[in-house]
Design a protein around this ligand. Sequence first.
Ligand code: HEC
Length: 162
Amino acid sequence: MRRRRCWSSCCWVVWMTEVLRGLLVGASLLVTMQAGAADGGDDSRQRVEMPAQAVELLRAEMRAHTLALAEVSGLLAEGRFEEAAAAADAGIGFGSMGQQRGNPDAPGRHMPAAMHRLGIGMHDAANQWSEAIRSGDGKRIFAGYQAVMNACVSCHMAYRVR
Ligand code: HEC
């Protein structure tokens, strides 16, 4: 009983603060990316050449990952751990991988090896986050969330496709 009350009051506040912080960092990152591209300013990301169709697929997958993050956060806020874990697996984890198998425009085929490894690292981090969520241990859940966020950010800081 006491653990539940803690989760729904103090832990919830910490969680929402983390989520908001993550969203702010993500938003400012995208704004910085746009600004860098627009004024040709300090953008040290490596540009990866991909066919236009692969770029569109990559961007659509990215938007789906963002949506999944929001879905998992919402389910966690409601204490629906099992559904949150499933959503993390399906939307960001290995469940979201290989959907373009056999497609020559699959974004993964056009990534340099190091970038591809970052992508696999993101799927892996999401699956570990999912396990942490299933454990119901708040500390592990926050750590898992941070690892997923780090996976997004480390690739975004290193590569661009436009
Ligand atoms: C393996 C590298 C990689 C990982 C990991 C990655 N991204 Fe991306 N993401 C990119 C690239 C490259 C772009 C395109 C940047 C550009 O416009 O040149 C992008 C763009 C985006 C966009 C903009 C989509 C659009 O419509 O233009 C969003 C949103 C996004 N990523 C969210 C995420 C989230 C959330 C995660 C983590 C759960 C994540 N990404 C993980 C490489 C990655």
